[in-house]
Design a protein. Structure first.
Length: 137
């Protein structure tokens, strides 16, 4: 399905053009057959590592489909373990953005100002119309 093109990332962590996965996509890969996890915003397919993990496959399966950053860090993995991560790297996690927030991190001008201004204008016009209507009758 959508996740089959994993070769693109080529194991080069953070490379531009790396495959991007949503959290929902990762969450679906948590069966005995497939285990993906997220560590520091990167997606790893640890399926073939399950049997080899020195900490056991149980802990990986527990974290499969989730963000395992905290548990990975809590264990205090060695530099070697961190190096191994790149063997299982398949892409980046999709950044979740608030549609009202622009890339610069500021709330959009449109929703902050234009909508209230437009609302006030409509209310003003309605009021005016109501007053004129009252005078003419
Ligand atoms: C792709 C991800 C991971 C890799 C490459 C990895 C690799 C390793 C390696 C090489 C070790 C041996 C000790 C060391 O060198 O630090 C280890 C131990 C261990 N790992 Fe992982 N690990 C991963 C993810 C996780 C996760 C998500 C957990 C979740 C709790 C975990 C829990 C443990 C535990 C409990 C040990 C045993 C520590 C000990 O015996 O002192 N690992 N891991």
């Amino acid at each position: 399905m959508e996740a089959e093109g994993r070769g693109e990332a080529g194991g080069c962590a953070g490379a531009p053009g790396a495959r991007v996965y949503t959290r929902e996509e990762v969450a679906r890969r948590n069966s005995g057959r497939e285990a993906w996890l997220v560590i520091h915003g990167r997606v790893y397919d640890v399926t073939r590592f399950l049997a080899e993990h020195p900490g056991g496959e149980e802990v990986l399966l527990e974290q499969a489909g989730r963000d395992a950053t905290e548990s990975f860090e809590d264990v205090g993995h060695s530099v070697d373990a961190r190096e191994m991560l790149k063997d299982y790297y398949i892409g980046e996690i999709h950044p979740v953005r608030d549609p009202n927030v622009t890339s610069s991190g500021q709330t959009s001008f449109w929703s902050t100002w234009l909508i209230p201004i437009f609302g006030a204008l409509v209310l003003g016009l309605m009021y005016r119309y109501y007053m004129l209507d009252g005078k003419s009758s």
